[in-house]
Write a protein that binds this ligand. Structure first.
Ligand code: F6P
Length: 561
């Protein structure tokens, strides 16, 4: 925990509360327990610690927990009023206090026909209106009724957006690729010109639609890329500014900025400031998904999320999947000192899930001041990372198996993959199952010695190799098994993680829905951009930054290659 600089006026008292203290005490009993012993003591541990939600199975038995651990963790959740805050969120209260906003992304997937009130007004008619607009537009594009300026059918969609205006739609498009039928979808987020140049080089302006996706419509990277896309489009022969209407649409909460950019308001899809950027894929920000897989599949995605919302709202803590995952995460982060948590999807189509969850989790709970402005004296959001299985096994799993850190993992797999190659699917599944087993069981010296002996290794060689070939095990994991990755199961999976993040934020007494931490760097970059453009130092910097900046400027002047 950093201490050199004071950043708030007081300290949070969470660690002194009864539930926290109880957990500290319990941790003393649990910290040296090996999961293998827990399994030996309770043969039906799998049945005890698994839950089914529709076609999704959660096995959380491979954790360093007992029933008593969970009881203490649920007491902490209750003490921190998780259920009350949850109801405030679903009820449209302004739980995003620093921005004075409600947090109502759950209304976007409310398919029940019941109203959702925000400041006394039902938000559902506006949501349904936008969904309808998305359906009409996507059906026109997909059917070929909507044509480019030269009368050709649209073949390519380019989503220009960053952060929440890219990561969610992109991850969902890749996840649902088997449901895509007619259009190609590209994503441009990074301001590095290499990305947009490479993408545009493959596109034909006659058959391309650009979606400029930005909640604020002021994000520098997005507006820069959007301007470049517009210039590229207008640079082609025979294209007039009026032709943009067939090729540029916007998704934003900022009508004025969209108009100023030159996009016809008829081509603007709205959403609202009570939808956080990283929770916005369910809104019109999901337009690229709709164009890619069709509106019916998007609705199924919403329905899957809605089903998880209901589960989260109605299940008691003991059988509430997001709550269980959140509280186990807190157990490791706050009591075992785990710094990170890995997301390991054994389904190629879910390969962007770790990147998506990095933003969802770390931008939400990467905070060190609580809702009351007090400095936390406990760790908050964990470092989220990961990559698709099996690839990770050949990269960083060594550290999971034999490193010095406790790294809780979420293994995610689909029983039925979208591949017809049965042999591949079974190899994938066998590795998924074997990894969690190996991480938990490890292999002790006795067994390792036996194996080496059976392999005919000489005795003196065995003793030399033994420490290197022994596995302590006891690395915890959750296994999340989908029957198949469908729009519905994906919707449920994503909502599950959103609510897990919510619960952790509530327990830590954080505002999970602002992101002030990204502002300082943006502001400094604006000054430095002036300096780069001017070719000289204009503002005060530390000597490292000034030295680097000068190096850039001089090298640019000298045109060093
Ligand atoms: O810089 C962080 C952030 O504000 C994210 O929270 C957001 O998802 C992203 O930038 C993009 O913002 P916008 O949709 O307004 O362009």
């Amino acid at each position: 925990m950093r201490s050199a600089r004071t950043i708030s006026t007081g300290k949070s008292s969470l660690v002194n509360t009864p539930a926290w203290q109880q957990l500290l005490k319990h941790h003393k009993d649990m910290k040296n327990v090996h999961m293998m012993d827990l399994f030996a003591q309770t043969p039906n541990r799998f049945d005890q610690f698994t839950l089914e939600f529709e076609s999704i199975l959660l096995d959380y038995s491979k954790n360093i927990i007992t029933k008593e651990t969970l009881t203490h963790l649920f007491s902490l959740a209750e003490q921190q009023k998780v259920q009350e805050i949850r109801d405030m969120m679903f009820g449209g209260e302004k739980i995003n206090t620093t921005e004075d906003r409600a947090v109502l992304h759950t209304a976007l997937r409310n398919r029940s026909g019941t109203p959702v009130l925000f400041e006394g007004k039902d938000v559902m008619p506006d949501i349904l209106h936008e969904l309808d607009k998305m359906r009409v537009f996507s059906e026109k594009v997909r059917s070929g009724t909507w044509q480019g300026f030269s009368g050709k059918k649209i073949t390519d969609i380019v989503n220009i957006g960053i952060g929440g205006s890219e990561l969610g739609p992109k991850m969902v498009c890749r996840a649902l690729a088997p449901y895509a039928d007619m259009l190609d979808v590209h994503f441009i987020s990074n301001v590095d010109g290499a990305l947009i140049e490479n993408t545009l080089a493959r596109l034909n302006p006659e058959t391309t639609i650009f979606i400029i996706a930005s909640k604020t419509f002021t994000t520098q990277e997005t507006i820069t890329n959007a301007n470049t896309a517009r210039a590229w489009f207008l640079n082609h022969a025979d294209i007039a500014e009026a032709d943009m209407v067939k090729h540029f649409v916007a998704i934003s909460t900022n009508t004025q900025a969209v108009t100023n950019f030159g996009i016809d308001i008829k081509n603007m899809f709205e959403f609202w400031d009570w939808v956080g950027g990283r929770y916005s894929l369910w809104s019109s920000i999901g337009l690229s998904i709709v164009l890619y897989v069709g509106m019916d599949n998007f609705i199924k995605l919403l329905e899957g999320a809605e089903a998880m919302d209901k589960h989260f709202q109605n299940e008691p803590l003991e059988s509430n999947i997001p709550v269980i995952l959140a509280m186990i995460g807190i157990w490791y982060g706050n009591f075992f000192g785990a710094e990170s948590s890995a997301i390991l999807p054994y389904d190629y189509n879910l390969r962007l899930l770790p990147a998506y969850l990095e933003q969802a989790d770390m931008e939400s709970n990467g905070k060190s001041v609580d809702k009351d402005g007090k400095q936390t004296t406990y760790s908050t959001g964990k470092i989220i990372w990961g990559t698709e299985g099996i690839n990770g096994q050949h990269a960083f799993y060594q550290l999971l198996h034999q490193g010095t850190r406790l790294i809780p993992t979420d293994f995610i797999a689909s029983i039925h993959t979208h591949s017809s190659l049965h042999e591949h699917s079974n190899i994938l599944a066998s590795n998924f199952l074997a990894q969690t087993e190996a991480l938990m069981c490890g292999r002790d010296m006795r067994e390792t010695r036996l194996q080496l002996r059976n392999a005919g290794i000489a005795l003196n060689e065995i003793e030399k190799h033994l420490p290197h070939m022994t596995f302590h095990g006891n690395q915890p994991s959750n296994s999340i098994v989908l029957n198949r990755l469908t729009p519905r199961s994906l919707g449920s999976l994503l909502a599950m993680y959103e609510h897990k993040i919510f619960v952790q934020g509530a327990v830590w007494n954080l505002n999970s829905y602002d992101q002030w931490g990204v502002e300082l760097g943006k502001k400094l970059a604006r000054n430095i951009l002036d300096e780069l453009d001017e070719g000289g130092i204009l503002y005060q910097h530390d000597s490292s930054t000034e030295g680097l900046l000068t190096w850039f400027i001089e090298s640019q002047k000298n045109n060093n290659v």
